[in-house]
Design a binder for this molecule. Structure first.
Ligand code: CA
Length: 234
């Protein structure tokens, strides 16, 4: 089938690479592998890759450098795979242009979900895109971007302008993690001081309005030390 999606795995640990390769082949993806950054970059530039799974700790080059290189000419989805649990590193990868990350060890189901989400968002670069206008619907929560209307189980929810901007941004990127800095920049503009306090205060208000139990949110999930991720649509 020529419609198979091609996934490039750049990972130097052979057993992890093989595990991912086998799992993805079972899901009917076409897999190409590279064990070094330079090999991966040369395959990526060949033009036959739809998505990249990238290990950050590669023998010849920092994975962040690979992301920057690819982002200089392509917006193809990049999902970072890393054993490292340092939040700062994940934030850096996302801010360099990675679409998402997955932390080792992970299961096939989680990996598939990340890939599907990244593929879905890869064509959403323009805010004029149809996907951006279609309402977000998840577990009784409906966000109508055109009408600027939020309803929860049929009840109107009043959000301030800033709160609506935050919720819309997250909903239009449902399933993806967005870093604190990228949310701050999108909502308040590029000159906002990168201080998470203002975001945390607004998020607390949003959650009070949307979540049944703000301590255990079901719509807007916290990625500790990194940012927020809106639940996938129904
Ligand atoms: Ca490695």
């Amino acid at each position: 089938m020529s419609t198979k999606l091609s996934i490039l795995i750049i990972e130097d640990e052979e057993n992890i690479c093989n595990f991912i390769k086998t799992s993805l082949q079972l899901q009917n993806y076409k897999i190409i592998t590279a064990s070094t950054a330079s090999e991966g970059l040369s395959i990526a530039t060949s033009g036959s890759v739809d998505l990249i799974l990238l290990d950050l700790g590669l023998p010849d080059m920092d994975g962040l450098h690979v992301i920057r290189q690819i982002r200089s000419w392509s917006s193809m989805p990049i999902i970072v795979i890393s054993a490292r649990t340092k939040e700062q590193e994940k934030v850096e990868a996302l801010d360099c242009g990675a679409d998402d990350y997955i932390t080792k060890p992970f299961g096939t189901k989680e990996l598939m979900a990340r890939i599907r989400t990244a593929m879905r968002h890869s064509n959403r670069l323009s805010s004029q895109d149809e996907n951006y206008k279609r309402p977000y619907i998840c577990k009784g929560l409906i966000i109508d971007f055109d009408k600027r209307l939020v309803t929860l189980h049929g009840q109107n929810i009043h959000l301030t302008q800033i709160e609506f901007k935050i919720v819309s941004l997250l909903a239009q990127n449902a399933g993806r993690v967005l870093t604190y800095d990228s949310i701050l920049t999108h909502v308040w503009g590029p000159y906002i001081e990168q201080n998470n306090q203002i975001l945390r205060v607004n998020m607390a208000n949003v959650r009070r309005k949307l979540e049944q139990n703000p301590a255990e949110p079901q719509y807007i999930l916290t990625e500790v030390g990194i940012g927020y991720r809106m639940a996938e649509e129904d």
